[in-house]
Write a protein of this length. Sequence first.
Length: 107
Amino acid sequence: MSFQAMAWAVKQPLPCQEKIALLMLANYADEKGKCFPSMKVLASDCGLSLAQTRKCIVQLEQMKLVRRQMRIRAYGQTSNIFALDLSQTPTPIERPPTPIERHNQSL
């Protein structure tokens, strides 16, 4: 486990499921931010379904927080290598205003 990766992941302003997926990846990461847990293990660690975990990984890739590289062996595909982009600085996420905020804006 990389303390640097865990500290970085905690600071990322993400929705709950994406954040837990990022934290679980950071938990497996080495000092360079690389890890290779299987999707099955990752889903179990996150407490999410396999499909939801895959969606979270896709979201993290789109945010450029994680890069995924397939690993192919002679007998077929094995777990992916995930690389966390520890240089990414947290940026606030846009969220729609709550009903109370909308009401206060209209006053």
